[in-house]
Design a protein around this ligand. Sequence first.
Ligand SMILES: Nc1ncnc2c1ncn2[C@@H]1O[C@H](COP(=O)(O)OP(=O)(O)OP(=O)(O)O)[C@@H](O)[C@H]1O
Ligand SMILES: [Mg+2]
Length: 265
Amino acid sequence: MEAHENLGPNGPAQTTIYAIANQKGGVGKTTTAVNLAACVAEAGYKTLLIDIDPQANATVGLGHSKTENHTIYEVLVGDSTLEQATLSTNITNLSIVPSTPDLAGANVELPRIAGSEFILREALEPLRGEYRFIFFDCPPSLGPLTINALAAADRVIVPVQTEYYALEGLADLLDTVGLIQKELNPRLTIGGLVMTMHDGRTRLATDVEDELRKHFPGLLFNSVIPRNVRVAEAPSFGKPVTHHDPHSAGAGAYFELAKEVALRG
Ligand SMILES: Nc1ncnc2c1ncn2[C@@H]1O[C@H](COP(=O)(O)OP(=O)(O)OP(=O)(O)O)[C@@H](O)[C@H]1O
Ligand SMILES: [Mg+2]
């Protein structure tokens, strides 16, 4: 296990692969993927973020363009390896595999290929041991791209926006995770639910928080991500909030979340 020794502060360890998923749009998946990946990387863990959303928001949020030569799309159709598609970022220890709008085509192409659910899992095999943490930023659907990420992942992190419809769709998501556990990936577990864009001053947000604690005891991360303008504006600078404004409430919350994730391993 010598190859693992340089992966992070805690010495030898295996790669843990997280999918950040919720089929509900705009709940903070990309924001969480970018900032969580950046925080664990800054804590000294070698980390890879794989953008598997055709919107390519994580790619742009980390300062790359939607038109890189080698992207996750080329990996999925067998034209590139993950290594070829991996780019460095301005954050120490953090690399990214970019996405492109072309990736939308994979939603049609993947189901035509036998065994396509396992393309990412197989593509990641040579990288197990290269990184301590790998994060997938999933698109807002439970389609072939999210399925591919879940088939490759060890754990799912579900960002949940604390607003009125927050719980809607969560049951479907958890059912899908259960199905994937059974059919495709017995290793898969729920890493946790993280509350995002939380506004503790509103009655609604605290009510939803209470509901979530009641329905999903033990699954909620202690760290809660507040609604914070610094978090929202950071991507326009191609940076995680921890670089844009390390002293903001949003940066602090993502550092706390990263500690919880790193502790769980
Ligand atoms: N903690 C926060 N405070 C303020 N704004 C936030 C916060 N988290 C996310 N946002 C903003 O909310 C919007 C949606 O966030 P994000 O893109 O991360 O969601 P998503 O789940 O990835 O969306 P999609 O489903 O389209 O991929 C973005 O404009 C983002 O900047
Ligand atoms: Mg997104």
